[in-house]
Design a protein around this ligand. Structure first.
Ligand SMILES: CC(C)(COP(=O)(O)OP(=O)(O)OC[C@H]1O[C@@H](n2cnc3c(N)ncnc32)[C@H](O)[C@@H]1OP(=O)(O)O)[C@@H](O)C(=O)NCCC(=O)NCCS
Length: 191
């Protein structure tokens, strides 16, 4: 359960994205263990897999950088609380989503732990992508993602986090059409 003094809004400055690599130092190894315990709500699993599957998949692919969404606000444990998970993918999957994939990285497998949803963490994590991308994939200028057209909360969160509809649609699975959204690294946060 969230433990801020004002549970309505999480301070975006207290939301960080921490890259996770196999063999990390003890603090990051602890974050790896923590994200493995985070699961989307049952009704959300059609939209995002759980880290217990998507983290090992990312570990096995040198083009993917898994990351923890970490909250460092008041009452957070030392090193912060893992409240979400995602993967940046600089591999070939981006080729079919962009006409100019050379500077594009995909955001995949992204979710916030259900108890933390609706507090602004997802939006803040989108804004924090700039720092992670600049550090881990400095060649990338745009972050792309696909989101199911029926996943209205996610579309709203992504828009709040600076993603814009590219107008492309992608049919990539059994759950219907996906919107392709893009965010330019370093773009202004929406008001
Ligand atoms: C999508 C997701 C990452 C958003 O994270 P979040 O922390 O809940 O989102 P935020 O609290 O930052 O909300 C951002 C905006 O989305 C809106 N929103 C969030 N959850 C919502 C919900 N369930 N219903 C309606 N709107 C919602 C907020 O009101 C806010 O809008 P505003 O800026 O206009 O006020 C999260 O809901 C999630 O993990 N969902 C399950 C997995 C999933 O769908 N992943 C995306 C796969 S593409």
């Amino acid at each position: 359960m969230i433990a801020t003094t004002d549970p309505g809004v999480v301070d975006p400055r207290e939301v960080h994205l921490v890259a996770l690599y196999p063999g990390d130092d003890p603090a990051r190894a602890q974050l790896r263990r923590a994200v493995l315990r985070l699961r989307p709500a049952p009704g959300q699993r059609q939209f995002s897999g759980a880290a217990e599957q998507t983290l090992p998949q990312a570990d096995a692919d040198p083009d993917r950088i898994p990351f923890a969404v970490v909250w460092t606000g008041q009452n957070a444990p030392p090193g912060g609380a893992a409240v979400g998970f995602g993967v940046l993918d600089g591999g070939s999957a981006r080729m079919e989503l962009s006409d100019d994939p050379a500077q594009v990285v995909l955001l995949r497998a992204f979710y916030i732990e259900p108890h933390w949803q609706g507090y602004g963490v997802g939006r803040a994590a989108c804004l924090a992508l700039d720092t992670l991308v600049s550090e881990a994939l400095p060649w990338a200028r745009h972050v792309l993602l696909t989101v199911n057209e029926r996943n209205e909360p996610a579309i709203r969160a992504y828009r709040a986090g600076g993603f814009r509809d590219t107008g492309r649609r992608h049919l990539g699975g059994p759950h219907g059409y996906q919107l392709v959204l893009a965010r330019t690294v370093g773009s202004e946060a929406p008001a």
